[in-house]
Design a binder for this molecule. Structure first.
Ligand code: TRP
Length: 450
């Protein structure tokens, strides 16, 4: 087993940017608003925020810590650390599960990123000018109803991802530096529009007034799954980024910074979208098309809307690409270390798998939209549910248990290298609160307490 990780982030800042680039993506801007809409708003948002604080941040710290300590791909990191801690090599399975989750997520993530790509020329050409909500929704339905368009865009995204992955970590650093702040700015512009032209207080009420009667056990599972999804946790993505993190950087600080930035972006997106939804009498629970049917409406009524609108989708596309890269990085790192594959070939191999699997998502929106093989869900829904709500929390549970219970105490202490009180607090949460919370949420969702 050779160590192929020679890459290192050039500074703490770069790690924060890259990890934030991985975390901030379609999860924040596309998925968070639409699942919030489907799960009734405020109470769901509150559970999601609690999950970020009590499960997300501690697990992120653990994942970065394990990654930096092991210094390789998740599979090898877990094997090395298990050996060091005299535990069973079965912990390597965690890395395998993470690679599987990464390939599954990439398969549908890339289809949605493809929608973003397609909306750039539509916005730039002012296609939505003067349209009402119904016409904007019809455009979306016509687009997703055409499998060839979706296939073309999905293929383009996989291709773009492979190009960046093949170049290695350094290429990534440069892009994130400007794009993230720009995306943030344009979200603020959208918030300003929602404030002046949308049903602002109704939107805020929906997002922040908690009505727990609307919250089902399944919604709680979705909120937890989303905390993992949006922070890129539970599959080794942040672990492999941690492997490139210089020794002296404080893991506590970077984790809190990343989680805070990620949460802020999601909330800003929600604050922009719901006032527009209500001002136009649109349904909040319209599903994965939500941002594609609301934001074009806002941009088409805004001065300079064609410019801002196309810029928004360009930036969202970049945000998605900095996320897709981290979905394949664990697998690419492993194929390099253990199979001696070049980054390029490893990237191509992962890309082929995800592309092929993604065909089922492409067809979920048209030819196979009536095919619901499990629990009345399309293939797209099944992949998303399986990966985000089952595989990631399971991976997170394993990471928490391994880091908090199996690892040697002084190794933990040494690697985290944080203030004593903080360390004790983190360890307590990771030992008891995080695993028990994940466990109870799982049991609830399968109806044990019903
Ligand atoms: N966090 C990203 C988003 O919110 C998606 C993502 C990237 C991801 N890498 C990941 C999700 C690893 C889970 C695991 O869009």
């Amino acid at each position: 087993m050779q160590k192929a990780v020679k890459n290192q982030w050039s500074s703490r800042w770069m790690f924060i940017l890259a990890a934030t680039g991985s975390a901030v993506g379609l999860g924040n801007i596309w998925k968070f608003p639409y699942i919030t809409g489907e799960n009734g708003g405020g109470a769901f948002v509150l559970v999601y925020l609690l999950c970020v604080a009590l499960i997300g941040i501690p697990v992120m710290m653990a994942e970065i810590m394990l990654g930096r300590r092991g210094g390789g791909s998740p599979i090898n990191t877990m094997r090395v650390l298990a050996k060091e801690a005299k535990r069973h090599p079965i912990w390597g399975l965690l890395g395998w599960m993470g690679m599987l989750a990464g390939i599954i997520i990439l398969s549908y993530y890339s289809v949605i990123a493809g929608w973003t790509l397609a909306y750039i020329p539509l916005m730039a050409s002012d296609h939505f000018h003067g349209m009402d909500a119904q016409a904007v929704a019809d455009t979306f339905d016509a687009f997703t109803g055409n499998p060839w368009w979706l296939l073309l865009c999905h293929t383009a995204i996989i291709f773009l991802t492979l190009m960046v992955v093949a170049k290695g970590v350094c290429g990534l650093e440069k892009a994130v530096r400007f794009l993230m702040p720009a995306l943030f700015l344009i979200l603020l512009i959208l918030d300003g529009y929602a404030y002046s032209r949308g049903a602002f207080s109704q939107g805020l009420d929906f997002l922040f007034a908690s009505d727990f009667s609307k919250l089902s056990a399944n919604s709680v599972l979705i909120a937890m799954g989303h905390a993992f999804f949006t922070l890129s946790l539970g599959m080794g993505a942040i672990m492999v980024y941690g492997a490139y993190l210089p020794k002296e950087v404080s893991i506590t600080q970077v984790s809190i910074t990343i989680a805070a930035a990620d949460t802020l972006v999601a909330l800003l997106a929600g604050i922009a979208i719901f006032p527009i939804v209500f001002a136009n009498g649109l349904p909040a629970d319209s599903g994965p098309g939500l941002i594609f049917t609301t934001l074009p409406l806002a941009f088409s009524h805004m001065a300079g809307g064609a410019v801002f609108g196309s810029l928004f989708f360009v930036l969202l596309l970049f945000a998605a690409l900095t996320s897709t890269i981290s979905l394949v990085e664990p697998a690419v790192a492993w194929l390099g270390e253990s199979k001696g594959m070049s980054r390029k070939n490893a990237a191509i191999l992962c890309g082929i798998f995800s592309w092929a699997l993604g065909l089922l998502t492409v067809f979920s929106f048209n030819k196979l939209s009536d095919v619901k093989p499990l629990f009345d869900k399309t293939f797209f829904d099944i992949f998303d549910y399986l990966a985000a709500n089952i595989l990631l929390p399971l991976g997170g549970l394993a990471i928490a248990v391994f880091a908090a219970w199996s690892l040697d105490h002084h190794m933990r202490h040494d690697e985290l290298n944080t203030q004593h009180d903080w360390f004790v607090c983190w360890l307590f949460v990771l030992r008891y609160i995080t695993p028990i919370a994940i466990f109870i949420i799982f049991l609830h969702a399968i109806g044990i307490f019903a």
